[in-house]
Design a protein around this ligand. Structure first.
Ligand SMILES: Nc1nc2c(ncn2[C@@H]2O[C@H](COP(=O)(O)OP(=O)(O)OP(=O)(O)O)[C@@H](O)[C@H]2O)c(=O)[nH]1
Ligand SMILES: [Mg+2]
Length: 405
């Protein structure tokens, strides 16, 4: 189960006031003591992501959050983080304490949840303490409630079934990486140079996931190093539909692959799979319109240790100044959020987003779009830099048209 990458799982967020029993509910649903529970208000302070199996649903990520009624300066910050979790939430669970009639905080967050179009299930918890009064909460919050007790487990099975039922209609599955382009018997060649950058003894996740996607659609995979590509093409010339390569090797092999065979890169496939390829290509086009002293935001979703020659710190700024032929200012953000106020930026360059899910990436792209700020990701940006977009976008006519415009 741990092999379903976290980004591809249904994300279920639990929201509610402090002490409503969010953490208890997670323990109760999974039959494990994985979330910290106590009678002290504000036990959960930061969002906690847990990959787990909920039967009959399968692998999911459950997100425990801090109470939405927290107070003080720190409390405000916690609420902000809780609301940030909505960016990744596919299904929200609104946990209400049956012993508490005041639902002002719940009303407030429900408004935000609904504005984002996230489906939500109401859970009335602690019914072991109070007679079941779900009608009151349904009327107040305009939501159907399932009554449960995290303590006695009454209603928990019912809740899990409801979650499973809801999740069937939720489009959390990301679109295919390549499967929509593959028919049965199509031969897809993967070019994976085994050099010092390749991890020892294995392939990297984008390669593995792309190979798997071809299999899911009954295509045929051939995996080779760049050094064996020419001979492979000679052997299977008429059968090959697409060659997918590591971006680094693109320049080296582009002339080896005949023009009637599609050639693209894992980065381009992932730009589409994780985000919005058309918007990112528009972003790349905007590089030519940058002006001297424009400020650029470089946004990375993980906080990896940065070495000299780091792509985000060193390479991207250098390439961007070269491509635009302008002197630019750079700011960086990393982690699960991007700056609230984007008004100072003239462009956002975002990482590939392997640590965040599609919903979150799309939400960032939309935020940029709404602020009229061009956004490009590393994959499309490097495609531009190494002059491969014309060819690599041939599989994607809409993006290609924008690029050629
Ligand atoms: N009687 C009863 N007590 C419950 C139930 N669910 C939770 N509790 C108790 O309520 C208190 C708060 O539970 P938590 O699960 O920590 O609540 P929470 O919503 O995660 O709270 P914060 O992390 O502080 O926001 C604990 O003392 C739990 O034992 C329930 O169904 N019945
Ligand atoms: Mg908690």
């Amino acid at each position: 189960m741990n092999e379903t990458p976290r980004a591809n799982r249904l994300h279920i967020g639990l929201f509610g006031k402090r002490n409503a029993g969010k953490s208890s509910l997670i323990n109760s649903m999974t039959n494990q003591e994985i979330a910290l529970v106590s009678e002290t208000k504000g036990t959960t302070t930061d969002p906690v992501y847990k990959s787990m199996e909920i039967l009959p649903l399968g692998p999911v990520v459950v997100i425990d959050t801090a109470g939405i009624d927290d107070t003080g300066e720190l409390g405000k910050l916690r609420i902000k983080k809780t609301i940030g979790v909505l960016e990744k939430t596919d299904l929200a669970i609104m946990v209400v304490d049956a012993t508490d009639k005041n639902v002002d905080s719940e009303k407030k967050i429900l408004k935000t949840i609904k504005a984002k179009g996230i489906p939500v299930i109401g859970v009335l918890n602690k019914i072991d303490l109070k007679e079941n009064d779900s009608k009151y909460y349904e009327a107040e919050l305009g939501l159907n409630f399932i009554s449960v007790s995290a303590k006695t487990k009454e209603g928990i099975e019912n809740l899990k079934e409801k979650i499973a039922k809801y999740s069937k209609d939720i489009d959390y599955e990301e679109p295919s990486i390549i499967g929509d382009l593959v028919n049965r018997w199509d031969v897809i060649v993967h070019v994976t140079p085994i050099d010092e950058a390749a991890p020892k003894g294995r392939l990297i996740l984008p390669q593995v996931q792309t190979i798997r996607d071809v299999l899911d659609y009954n295509g045929i995979n051939i995996v080779v190093q760049d050094t064996e590509l020419k001979e492979t093409i000679n052997m299977f010339r008429d059968k090959i539909k697409i060659v997918v390569t590591d971006s680094q090797a693109f320049g080296k092999i582009r002339d080896i692959v005949p023009k009637d065979i599609y050639l693209t890169s894992y980065s381009i496939l992932y730009a589409r799979y994780k985000g919005d390829l058309v918007e990112l290509v528009k972003g790349a086009k905007a590089i030519k319109s940058l002006k001297n002293n424009d400020t650029i935001l470089i946004s990375e979703s993980c906080t990896h240790h940065r070495q000299k020659g780091d792509i985000g710190r060193d390479k991207i700024p250098k390439f961007l100044e070269e491509l635009s032929n302008k002197k630019l200012n750079f700011k960086w953000s990393s982690g699960t959020t991007i700056p609230e106020d984007l008004s100072m930026y003239k462009m956002i360059v975002h990482c590939g987003g392997c640590m965040i899910n599609r919903k979150q990436m799309i939400s960032r792209i939309n935020k940029a779009k709404n602020n009229n700020i061009p956004i490009v990701n590393y994959g499309v940006f490097l495609g531009f830099k190494f002059n491969v977009l014309d060819r690599a976008l041939e599989l994607f006519p809409e993006a290609k048209r924008i690029w050629n415009d």
